[in-house]
Design a protein around this ligand. Structure first.
Ligand code: FAD
Length: 396
């Protein structure tokens, strides 16, 4: 079977689906190919196991893109956790920094949203658009670029011809490999344990983050005021012990790590763990191919920026392609792709460098570095303008 569309996208994650909606709205025909099965409708029970262990802290830019695509209301109507404050501290010292939406003159700093709710709303958006088709349980397995078109061969043997192929197939992108786009990658030698916890008091719409020498521990406030989603990044020599600990032991260790700076944790739901690595494609584009989201850049989750950067890629690429399309210019031409790459690489590299600095600074056991980081955090907290500047970087 062979078919022809304007754009073929590999990967039906948040980045791939959001891009498909944006391109279809601009008038392009889109075929999305996803290796996995179509996700089932999420079950939104109120018990600890009824919450997705994978959540995203979405910035205002991300929610406004989802709104523009007509899917934010579908998500917000189910359940989202708007957060008004951030409280960040050095668990091995005295450094502490707090900031709030009110200080920035904003109504909120962002929203904590279960990933499966975002995917489900994007899929409902796909179902409403005639210009998008999705192949499930199939993957892009070969790519052939010819004059005027790119041909993607799927694992099932089907072939799709398009003007442009977009790799939105995640951190271990096959498409990136198939078109030989090199990466700079290294492992953090950490895993992140995620899950949902119940607190003894309200989270008060606050994101809590403790920096431990073994990795950061974040509590992200959910729509239910007694529940938070956790992301506990831990060095490779200790994460397995904690992952296999009993729930009671896990909760006790978590309360010890958090100390008195946030409400006590009473219980934990099902846990999952993910290896953490940093990966950045040297180039995001090749002939008739572009990468977006984690396929282009995967970063440490400590600032919750991964999909926010991915959605900025989506907005930038959709904008460039829409402009080319409306001017009857080939959407696979290098001019539009080069502009996309220039804009997004600069922004992504700046965020990746900042995350790397945080990760190294807080992972250090050097006493001089520890003193400096505590003095630095407290100084930033007291210097109002600098604290507000940091806050704006975290939420924009
Ligand atoms: C513990 C943890 C916490 C995080 N918290 C946050 C947060 O708070 N905020 C935030 O912004 N980010 C966060 N992130 C990062 C965020 O989850 C990722 O940036 C985001 O999921 C990447 O989305 P994506 O669509 O680019 O890729 P993915 O979600 O990886 O989707 C890729 C899709 O492509 C499919 N695929 C793979 N290969 C092929 C192929 N050959 N052909 C077709 N399909 C294929 C996969 O099955 C998958 O569905 C976190 C990450 C981790 C690990």
């Amino acid at each position: 079977m062979s078919q022809s569309v304007d754009i073929v996208i590999g990967g039906a994650g948040i980045a791939g689906l959001a891009l498909a909606l944006g391109l279809a709205d601009a008038g392009m025909s889109v075929h999305v190919v996803e290796r996995g099965a179509r996700p089932k409708l999420p079950d939104t029970d109120s018990g600890l196991a009824g919450w997705d262990a994978r959540v995203s802290a979405l910035t205002a830019a991300s929610t406004s893109l989802l709104d523009h695509l007509g899917v934010w209301d579908d998500i917000a109507q189910v359940r989202v956790g708007p957060y008004q404050q951030m409280s960040v501290w050095d668990a091995e010292g005295t450094g502490h920094i707090n900031f709030s939406a009110a200080q920035l003159g904003a109504s909120t700093l962002g929203h904590i949203v279960e990933n499966r709710l975002i995917i489900n709303a994007l899929l409902a958006g796909v179902d409403r658009r005639k210009r998008i088709t999705v192949s499930w349980d199939d993957g892009v397995s070969a790519v052939d670029v010819a004059d005027g078109a790119v041909n993607a061969t799927l694992a099932s043997g089907a072939k799709i011809e398009a003007s442009l192929l977009v790799g939105a197939d995640g951190g271990r992108s096959t498409i990136r490999e198939l078109v030989s786009l090199p990466v700079r990658a290294w492992s953090y030698n950490q895993h992140a344990i995620v899950g949902t916890v119940e607190l003894e008091a309200s989270h008060e719409d606050t994101c809590y983050q403790a920096f431990l020498s073994t990795g950061p521990l974040a509590l992200l406030p959910l729509a239910d005021k007694a529940l938070c989603s956790i992301v506990w990044s831990l060095d490779n020599d200790i994460w397995e012990n904690l992952m296999s600990a009993s729930d009671d032991d896990f909760v006790a260790q978590m309360n010890r790590a958090l100390g008195p700076n946030c409400p006590e944790v009473l219980a934990v739901g099902p846990r999952a763990a993910f290896p953490l690595h940093q990966c950045h494609a040297v180039d995001y584009i090749a002939r008739r191919v572009a990468l977006v989201g984690d396929a282009a850049h995967a970063i440490h989750p400590l600032a919750g920026q991964g999909i926010n950067l991915g959605l900025k890629d989506v907005a930038a690429l959709a904008g460039e392609l829409e402009q080319a399309w409306s001017s009857a210019i080939d959407v696979g031409s290098s001019e539009a792709l080069k502009r996309f790459q220039r804009v997004r690489k600069t922004d992504n590299l700046a965020m990746m460098a900042a995350m790397e600095g945080f990760k190294r600074g807080f992972g250090s056991v050097n006493p001089a570095v520890r003193v400096l980081r505590n003095l630095g955090l407290n100084w930033v907290n007291q210097a109002g303008w600098l604290r507000d500047w940091f806050a704006r970087q975290a939420v924009s």
